[in-house]
Design a protein around this ligand. Structure first.
Ligand code: 5GP
Length: 209
């Protein structure tokens, strides 16, 4: 089935403010659907099953891998994370835009299979700011924070592989920039559908002369 919806992939180092941006996007663009990932990590305070993630055991995750249920999956910080085909298809087949949050490995596996999507990387204003945000979040120990920062540096090195890079200095402004990307992507010439047969004829004839 052909879908008019666009798939947006968002990667960002831990602590860049991705969760806040996703919340603001939901408010400003209620039609944008989110793919809910599966993970084997423990829920953090306030996280809701089925909304933030589907929290499952290692055994359940490995069974899903065996059954080929994942579009992609990766091990991040010693836990499994994966996007089930079903989590994307249920929205995309309705013609909706879908946002998938992925780490850089997941994004790379989708690029490897030439998955049709728009790849967006969200950058912190600086490494210092990132460390500050991770400290303020207070959910990880000092050693875990250092481990996350090392991984963030590697992730940032891969940002040139993405189609767009947003620097998150101010959440409201970053959300507006994200919305601009979504709008612009809908107006790419490849997605233009002539609104009348005469326009369609002109364009098709032009393409063949
Ligand atoms: P967190 O534990 O902070 O929620 O997420 C850790 C990392 O896992 C983040 O970089 C996040 O983007 C990534 N992640 C979340 N869901 C998925 C997924 O479905 N697949 C992959 N490959 N990474 C994911």
């Amino acid at each position: 089935m052909q879908s008019n919806g666009i798939i947006f992939i968002l990667s960002a180092p831990s602590g860049t403010g991705k969760t806040t941006i996703c919340k603001l996007l939901t408010q400003k663009l209620p039609d944008l659907k989110f793919s809910t990932s599966h993970t084997t990590r423990e829920p953090r305070n306030g996280e809701v099953e089925g909304t933030d993630y589907h929290f499952i055991s290692n055994k359940e995750f490995e069974e899903k891998i065996e059954r080929g249920e994942f579009l992609e999956w990766a091990k991040v910080f010693k836990n499994y994370y994966g996007t089930a085909f079903e989590s994307v298809d249920r929205h995309h087949l309705n013609g909706d835009d879908v946002l998938i949050e992925l780490d850089v490995q997941g994004a790379q596996s989708l690029r490897d299979i030439h998955y049709k999507a728009v790849f967006i990387f969200m950058m912190p204003p600086s490494l210092e700011a990132l460390e500050g945000r991770l400290n303020n979040r207070g959910t990880e120990s000092a050693s875990k924070i250092q481990e996350r920062l090392k991984i963030s540096e590697k992730e940032i090195q891969l940002s040139p592989l993405y189609d767009y890079i947003l620097t998150n200095v101010d959440a409201e402004q970053t959300t507006d920039h994200f919305l601009s990307i979504i709008t612009a992507e809908h107006f790419r010439k490849e997605r233009y559908k002539p609104s009348s047969p005469d326009l369609d004829n002109l364009i098709n004839n032009e393409a063949h002369t």
